[in-house]
Write a protein that binds this ligand. Structure first.
Ligand SMILES: NC(=[NH2+])NCCC[C@H](N)C(=O)O
Length: 409
């Protein structure tokens, strides 16, 4: 097993990261379907792309290699066999059941260069783009006024969620909502057919075929021994158990999964919207979760079983103990002020991306929290965010680390 993937902390110097530059999928957001597609507003794509390019540039300026999902997917699908297999699965999961419609869409997609095909699938296919000549199902005759054959996938720029790197492997996630479930097919085919991934033989700690949902925004690698997983609106306890079992059985060095049970609501959809790690002993936290938070521990039992425990100590104690530290500091989003914390958390003020211990990327609009981080000695690199933030995700959500340097303690 090679170490194409190496993530043994949240804060080790980031060397390689997977992003997706928002594309035409964002232009297919219409007010009628916003809620279902998990957006609260329609971003202005041109500006969102500029902001995203600045995000990538800040990462590159700091020594991070940026790779794009759309490019890796196109390169994995260059192979004809892989491409057909992918299209079959994508069309099936897009609920294209009419044989003639399926054939029409297949031909349409196959007529494009691979990269264009990938972009097209991400953007969605409108009914008026293709002409289905033959009626082969009842649905073909009964054209309703829903505008898409293939729905757009506007959440793709949150690359954190469909998959997550832990140690030398990844979890290929089952997304909780229909709106995001097909996103993980890109990563599935990268994992299966991209040359680098094939050669590296990257282990999967979870697979998208499992029935229980889990999303990467809930997965935090606190150290090379401890993973924290949010049990949230998106991530189920069953999925957490499976990940824990796979990590322990493969002798990865991981010994404990801390389960953070957070309120199940949209504003706190993933653990990383309310809690992130910014330095060896510093974390950001949204004050509103500190009360309702329950923490459980999953550890290895005898004969491949798991042990479970409800840990009722204060969060600081739990983290100190898990990370072997004398003290830890929880930095409150918005300084703990009810109004500021709520506003800034809504625009992902707690969603920091650490690119080295004590160095984070954040949205510049969250200036109160940014200033507090700065005062605590954290180096804060800000990026513009008037449009990107409309999708309800920040720098951590927009990045899937592939390689981080191990941290020396
Ligand atoms: N890791 C995260 N917090 N991701 C945020 C994803 C936002 C996206 N609109 C969703 O609802 O799924």
């Amino acid at each position: 097993m090679s170490n194409l993937i190496n993530v043994t902390s949240e804060i080790g110097r980031l060397k390689k990261v997977l992003l997706h530059r928002p594309g035409n999928e964002v232009e297919n957001l219409v007010p009628e379907y916003l809620g279902r597609l998990l957006f609260d507003d329609i971003p202005y794509l041109k500006i969102a792309q500029k902001e995203h390019d600045r995000f990538a540039e800040v990462l590159r300026e700091n020594g991070v290699e940026v790779v794009y999902l759309e490019e890796l997917a196109a390169s994995a699908l260059e192979d004809e066999k892989a491409k057909i297999e992918f299209l079959e699965e994508m069309l099936h999961e897009s609920k294209i059941y009419s044989p003639s419609l399926k054939e029409t869409l297949m031909q349409y997609l196959l007529s494009m260069p691979t990269r264009e095909m990938v972009d097209k699938i991400m953007a969605g296919i409108r009914k008026e783009e293709v002409e289905v000549k033959e009626v082969s199902s009842l649905a073909d005759l009964m054209m309703d006024d829903y505008p898409f054959y293939l729905d757009p996938m506007p959440n793709l720029y949150f690359t954190r969620d469909p998959g997550a790197s832990i140690g030398n492997g990844i979890t290929l996630n089952r997304m909780q909502t229909d709106a995001r479930r097909r996103e993980t097919l890109f990563l599935k085919y990268i994992h299966k057919y991209h040359k680098d991934f094939r050669e590296a033989n990257v282990p999967l700690w979870y697979d998208r075929t499992m029935p229980f949902s889990i999303e990467g925004g809930d997965e935090l690698v606190l150290s090379d021994k401890v993973v924290a997983i949010g049990c949230s609106e998106r991530t189920s306890p069953e999925a957490i158990e499976i990940v824990a079992k796979n990590l322990f059985e493969a002798n990865t060095g991981f010994e404990k999964v801390l389960v953070f049970e957070i309120p199940k609501c949209r504003a706190f959809m993933h653990l990383d919207t309310v809690f992130t790690m910014v330095d060896y002993d510093k974390f950001t936290i949204h004050p509103a979760i500190q009360g309702p938070l329950s923490v459980y521990e999953v550890t290895k039992g005898a004969n491949n079983t798991l042990k479970f425990k409800h840990n009722t100590s204060p969060l600081e104690e739990i983290l100190k103990d898990a990370l072997n530290l004398d003290s830890v500091e929880l930095i409150k989003c918005g300084g703990g002020d009810f109004i500021v914390a709520g506003r800034e958390q809504w625009n992902d003020g707690s969603n920091t991306l650490a690119i080295a211990p004590g160095v984070v990327v954040t949205y510049e609009r969250n200036y109160v929290t940014n200033e507090i981080l700065d005062k605590k000695g954290i180096k804060v690199l800000t990026i513009p965010s008037s449009e990107l933030s409309r999708g309800r995700g920040g720098p951590r959500c927009m990045s899937m680390p592939l390689y981080r340097e191990n941290i020396k303690l």
